[in-house]
Design a protein around this ligand. Structure first.
Ligand SMILES: [Mn+2]
Length: 339
């Protein structure tokens, strides 16, 4: 029980509730904190949007939005600490700012930053998961409001993809195709009773009708329920055991035509742990870093938003290898999105 309360982040508020403090007093205060949180994201996105519009000629420009949320993980919660570590690695002096295909991430047209959704601060004020997910969606919409910005989300555990995709689809007014790289299908009805579990996000997305196609690539840990759910949702499963056969197709994907575009979701555990040990669920037999880049570089389609999730700095090597891996995926995705 003690552990459960800690997990919910309500220890402080539960104490206050026990003191018979009126509920509306707490709710009013939460509302103010939520407004303040959204205001900072709105204003930062607005400033970045204004600068890009002033430059002129920019059609699509990814901007980082961190969602440091880790408590919907079924195992470890370290992904809550990932966004600052990924940013640090993006700008690490050990490498230059040129992406493989020749764009510069130091060019604000290629990459800008709208900051983090203050997840831990909101939880400290007792905002529950319904509220948090709603705030994540609103934050994504605030970024999209500022054309030509496109959200490039830094997780966080994988539960955040649901409110992000929901926001993207609602804002664009239609479905997207989703390219989802992961060791796991994350499509459980509810995992351990949590509908917002990081193992259930794609069930929520498909139930919500936000995606036309869902391609899941890198899958190598899937239960009977996972297969049944994939069938129910019409998911296109590309499992590692047949990757050598599927490679040609996956490295030449064309997605998003006839819908609002493509959403890319990269769970760092899609990679073999030899390339990315800093994840909560180490699952051998995964993609190589080059496999992932080939799939992303060669993807034909208009990427409207993307996320990179499940990097767990608490399990990384001392030299931050997985942080660099996550950062390079972010950089290459940014280059891919920008135009
Ligand atoms: Mn995974």
């Amino acid at each position: 029980m003690k552990n459960q309360l800690g997990k919910m982040g309500f220890h402080y508020l539960h104490k206050l509730n026990a003191e018979n403090i009126p509920k509306d007093l707490i709710e009013k205060g939460q509302k103010r904190v939520i407004e303040a949180s959204l205001t900072l994201i709105r204003e930062r996105a607005k400033l970045k949007g204004e600068l890009l519009r002033a430059l002129g000629g920019v059609v699509a420009s990814p901007t980082l939005l961190g969602v440091p949320l880790g408590h919907n993980s079924s195992f470890l919660q370290g992904p809550a600490f990932a966004p600052p570590r990924i940013r640090e690695a993006i700008w690490c002096g050990s490498t230059n700012s040129t992406t493989e295909e020749g764009k510069q991430v130091c060019d604000p047209r290629v990459l800008s930053d709208a900051g983090d959704v203050p997840v831990q601060e909101l939880r400290d004020c007792g905002v529950d998961d319904d509220g948090l997910m709603d705030i994540v969606s609103k934050s994504v919409k605030l970024v999209m409001e500022e054309v030509p910005l496109r959200p490039l989300i830094l997780g966080g555990d994988h539960s955040i993809s649901y409110p992000v995709v929901r926001a993207v689809s609602e804002k664009l007014g239609g479905q997207v195709d989703i390219l989802h790289l992961d060791a796991h299908p994350d499509n459980y009805g509810a995992f351990e009773g949590n509908k917002y579990s990081h193992a259930s996000g794609f069930a929520r997305i498909m139930e919500g009708g936000y995606a036309r196609r869902l391609l899941q690539v890198g899958i190598r840990s899937i239960t009977k329920e996972g297969r049944e759910q994939a069938k129910r949702f019409g998911t296109e499963l590309y499992e590692m055991r047949t990757f050598s056969r599927d490679r040609q197709y996956l490295e030449n994907l064309k997605l998003g035509e006839g819908v609002k575009g493509v959403y890319v979701s990269v769970d760092i555990d899609c990679l073999d742990p030899a390339f990315a040990p800093g994840v909560s669920h180490i699952e051998p037999g995964g993609l190589s870093f080059r496999d992932v880049l080939n799939i992303l570089h060669n993807l034909q389609g208009d990427i409207v938003a993307a996320d990179v999730v499940e990097f767990n700095p608490q399990r990384d090597t001392v030299d931050g290898m997985t942080g660099m891996v996550a950062a390079k995926i972010v950089r290459e995705l940014a280059a891919k999105i920008s135009k």
